[in-house]
Design a protein around this ligand. Structure first.
Ligand SMILES: Nc1ncnc2c1ncn2[C@@H]1O[C@H](COP(=O)(O)OP(=O)(O)OP(=O)(O)O)[C@@H](O)[C@H]1O
Length: 251
């Protein structure tokens, strides 16, 4: 294979690439040249200390903040100037940190609202019920009455009720009890087996290392490390140098 062909194959293997992305919020330059890739059919973990710029990166990918400079490509096409709705239509589904569910609506209504034509595909719903049995049990309940873990599951269920090209999930384990985190890991593992490409922000290093295939580490608005997860997990020196005590490394 020629070097050019190898390069092309690599490009095709990534669902998403960010190249020198800058984002400003008001007068502040929050991202100053973020570059990393999200390989197809893999889980990519975006790690880094509080305030490093992880959520800003997710929001910039989704067009909720406009990139001031740089390129964001989905399957090789530029998306950095598109509106959020257009980005979502291209198959980027976002589970924000605050989950964004409608408390006064039932589980069913929340999920129905996330469908394109107000129609739930029964086969997909059965698959979601196997991932998250609580969704079946509480189908007619107001979402506001669900526990924190169940709300997180509803938020993820909503984002996968339609097939997606890439699922972006911001800190799904935040505030959840360890046993619920284990349930989430099981569900994400099943999503992985279904070849869902995922970009996840996560502070819980156990969850990140168990689920992740690939990782990018941020600090102060730039990526300071990108590699496969296995080699990073095997290198304790690198872990403590890059993550230090900022991650919940021993959870
Ligand atoms: N709406 C905003 N207005 C002003 N500054 C903001 C805003 N949102 C984020 N920032 C700043 O941008 C920086 C990056 O924040 P961001 O939320 O992206 O970090 P993070 O890595 O996701 O952190 P955390 O793990 O705490 O969620 C922080 O310094 C934050 O204070």
């Amino acid at each position: 294979m020629t070097a050019q062909l190898q390069q092309d194959a690599q490009v095709q293997d990534n669902v998403l690439t960010l190249d020198s992305v800058h984002t400003n919020i008001a007068q502040y330059n929050i991202l100053h040249g973020v570059s990393f890739s999200v390989p197809r059919n893999q889980v990519t973990m975006l790690l880094g200390r509080n305030g490093a710029g992880k959520t800003t990166t997710m929001r910039t990918i989704m067009g909720l903040w406009q990139a001031a400079q740089g390129k964001i490509q989905l399957n090789g096409d530029d998306i950095q100037t598109l509106e959020t709705v257009a980005i979502a239509r291209k198959g980027l589904h976002y589970v924000p940190e605050n989950m964004g569910i409608f408390s006064g609506l039932s589980v069913e209504e929340n999920i129905r609202l996330a469908t394109r034509k107000n129609k739930i595909d029964p086969e997909r719903l059965e698959w979601i019920f196997t991932l998250f049995p609580a969704m079946k049990k509480f189908w007619q309940w107001p979402a506001g009455q669900l526990s924190g873990g169940q709300k997180q599951m509803l938020s993820i269920a909503r984002s996968i009720i339609e097939p997606c090209e890439l699922l972006l999930v911001d800190e799904p384990s935040k505030g959840l009890a360890p046993s619920i985190i284990e349930n989430l890991i099981t569900a994400f593992n099943q999503l992985k087996e279904n070849n869902t490409t995922i970009l996840m922000v996560e502070q819980n290093f156990r969850m990140a290392s168990v689920l992740g295939d690939h990782l990018a580490i941020m600090d102060d608005g730039v990526i300071v490390h990108e590699s496969d997860m296995a080699s990073f997990v095997a290198d304790e020196e690198k872990q403590s140098a890059l993550l230090g005590l900022s991650m919940e490394a021993h959870q």
